[in-house]
Design a protein around this ligand. Structure first.
Ligand SMILES: *[C@@H]1O[C@H](CO)[C@@H](O)[C@H](O)[C@H]1NC(C)=O
Ligand SMILES: *[C@@H]1O[C@H](CO)[C@@H](O)[C@H](O)[C@H]1NC(C)=O
Ligand SMILES: *[C@@H]1O[C@H](CO)[C@@H](O)[C@H](O)[C@H]1NC(C)=O
Length: 438
C-alpha cells in the first residue's frame, strides 16, 4: 500500500510539475543619489519621485526588477512597494553599491561582488563600492535562472573606458565559472553603447552565448557597428530603435529554452502625476517565455554553500543521450570526490584526491536510481560527509562517514541519474543530480 501511494504521489507530482511559463523583467536606474551629489535634472523632489517608482513597480507587477543608484531614498522605495522578495540594502552613499532586486520569485545564493577596477577620472566611480550582484532565481521546480544586476563605470575618458571594459569582462568571467550550464539574465546600467568603439557590450554574446534582447527584438539581430553614429533616445523614448546604456542580455540552458518575446523602453509607464519623468534613465522592460526540455530533469541539491560551482549539464548535453558506464566515489572522513564515466567515454569528475576510491562498473542496462547523502560541519561549514548510490539492480556504492543529517534523493519516474551539479573544492560541499530521460 505504502509503495502504491508513493508511486501515485510520484505520478501526480510529475504530472503537475510546471514545464513552461512566462515572466517579465525590468532594469531601472532610479537616480537615488543625494541631490547635492546629483540632482539628475529631474523636476520634483526625490522622496516623492522614489515613492512613485516603488508604487508603479508594484502596480505593473513586474516579476523581476533590478534597480541601480538605489542609495539614499531606499527606505522610501521599499515602503511604497510590495514585491514579496527584495534584497537588503547595502547602504547609502558612500557605503552601498546602489544595487537591489525586487522580485515575485524567490532566490538562493545571493552575492554582492565589487569591481576589481574603478576610475575616478570622470563621474567619481570609486566614490561608492559599485559592482554587480548574483542570485539564482527559482522560476519553478527544477527551473532556475542566474540573474545579475550591474552598474558599470561611467564616463568616457580613456581611464573610464578601460575600467568599464574590465567591469563587463569581470561579469563575463564570473558567468563562465559560477553559471556554467545555467540559464542567465544580465540586466543593469552597463554604461556601454555599441556605437562607442571602446565599449564592449558585445562581450556577453561573444563569450557567454547570450543574446541582447534589444539587439534581437529592436534591431533585427544586428547591433550598431562600433564607432557608427549613435541614435540617441529621448526620455521617455517613443521608439526602441535608439540605444540607451541600460541593457538586458539572456541565455537559456540545455534544460530549458528561454526566449525574449517583447522589448520596451517603459519610461511612459513610470511618470510623475504631471507627466514629468521620475529618473534620468528610461527603464527597460522585457517579456520572456521559457519551456523545459524534457530530455533533462534537474533535481534538488543537498549540502553547504561554500566551494566552487560545477555543473555537468553542458557536457551531458554534448553527449546527447548519456548513460553511465561506471561510478567512482572517494572518501574516508567525508566525501572527497564523485565521478562518472559515461559510455561515450566522457568523464565527469568533481572534488579532490583524498580518501580511498571505490568504483562500481554498471552492467548493460543497469542505471543509477537513488542516493542517500549525509551532511556535517567541517570548520563551521556544511559539507557532504557521505554518499550511498543505488542502481536499478539494487547494487550500492558508498563512501565517507554517515551523519544523522541525511537526505534521500530519487530519480523521477522515467529518468536516470547521469551527472552532477553542486559546489566542490578538495571535497564535495554540495551535491545535486542531473537526470536524463530513459
Ligand atoms: C508582468 O508579468 C506579470 C505576470 O508574470 C503580469 O501580471 C504583469 O501585468 C506584467 N507586467 C507588464 C507591465 O507587462
Ligand atoms: C526564500 O529563499 C531563502 C533561501 O535563499 C529561504 O531561506 C526562504 O525561506 C525562502 N522564502 C520563502 C517564502 O520560501
Ligand atoms: C528559444 O530559445 C532557444 C534557446 O534557449 C532557441 O534554441 C530557440 O531557437 C528560441 N526560439 C525562438 C522562437 O526564438
Amino acid at each position: 500500500m505504502a509503495s502504491l501511494l508513493t508511486a501515485l504521489f510520484g505520478l501526480v507530482s510529475l504530472a503537475s510539475a510546471q514545464t513552461a511559463g512566462t515572466f517579465n523583467a525590468t532594469t531601472f536606474n532610479v537616480a537615488g543619489l543625494p541631490p547635492v551629489l546629483n540632482g539628475n535634472d529631474i523636476p520634483g523632489d526625490k522622496t516623492t519621485n522614489t515613492a512613485r517608482i516603488g508604487q508603479l513597480l508594484s502596480q505593473h507587477n513586474i516579476d523581476i526588477v533590478n534597480v541601480q543608484e538605489d542609495f539614499n531614498f531606499h527606505a522610501t522605495l521599499y515602503a511604497n512597494n510590495d514585491h514579496p522578495y527584495r534584497t537588503a540594502t547595502s547602504g547609502g552613499v558612500p557605503f552601498g553599491s546602489g544595487l537591489n532586486t525586487l522580485s515575485n520569485y524567490n532566490w538562493t545564493n545571493f552575492q554582492r561582488v565589487k569591481w576589481n577596477v574603478c576610475s575616478n577620472f570622470d563621474s567619481a566611480d570609486c566614490l561608492t563600492p559599485k559592482g554587480f550582484t548574483f542570485m539564482r532565481v527559482t522560476l519553478a521546480d527544477g527551473v532556475s535562472l542566474d540573474a545579475f544586476n550591474l552598474h558599470a563605470d561611467a564616463g568616457t575618458s580613456a581611464a573610464d573606458l578601460k575600467a568599464r571594459a574590465a567591469n563587463i569582462q569581470q561579469v563575463s568571467d564570473y558567468i563562465k565559472t559560477h553559471s556554467a550550464g545555467n540559464a542567465v539574465l544580465v540586466f543593469g546600467d552597463s554604461n556601454t553603447r555599441y556605437t562607442r568603439a571602446d565599449d564592449n557590450p558585445g562581450l556577453f554574446s561573444k563569450e557567454n552565448g547570450m543574446t541582447d534582447a534589444w539587439v534581437e527584438l529592436a534591431k533585427g539581430g544586428v547591433p550598431p557597428a562600433p564607432g557608427s553614429d549613435a541614435l540617441l533616445c529621448s526620455n521617455p523614448s517613443t521608439t526602441t530603435d535608439c540605444e540607451i546604456v541600460d541593457k538586458m542580455w539572456y541565455r537559456g540552458s540545455p534544460a530549458f529554452a528561454l526566449n525574449a518575446t517583447r522589448f520596451r523602453y517603459a519610461g511612459n509607464m513610470f511618470l510623475q502625476a504631471d507627466g514629468n519623468i521620475l529618473s534620468d534613465h528610461d527603464p527597460v522592460l522585457v517579456d520572456f517565455e521559457w519551456s523545459k526540455n524534457l530530455q533533462w530533469s534537474i533535481g534538488e541539491s543537498f549540502g553547504g554553500v561554500d566551494g566552487t560551482w560545477f555543473n555537468d549539464l553542458d557536457a551531458l548535453s554534448a553527449v546527447g543521450a548519456p548513460s553511465v558506464a561506471s561510478l567512482t566515489l572517494r572518501g574516508s572522513e567525508r566525501l572527497d570526490a564523485i565521478s562518472a564515466t559515461l559510455s561515450s567515454g566522457t568523464v565527469l569528475s568533481h572534488g579532490g584526491s583524498g580518501g580511498t576510491a571505490a568504483t562500481l562498473t554498471l552492467d548493460a542496462g543497469e542505471t543509477l536510481k537513488s542516493a542517500v547523502l549525509c551532511r556535517g560541519n567541517r570548520n563551521g561549514k556544511a559539507r557532504i560527509f557521505s554518499a550511498t548510490i543505488t542502481t536499478s539492480k539494487s547494487r550500492t556504492l558508498t563512501a565517507g562517514k554517515a551523519t544523522s543529517d541525511c537526505a534521500t534523493i530519487t530519480a523521477p519516474q522515467g529518468y536516470n541519474m547521469v551527472g552532477f551539479y553542486g559546489h566542490d573544492g578538495d571535497e564535495i560541499d554540495k551535491l545535486g543530480f542531473i537526470y536524463s530521460r530513459a
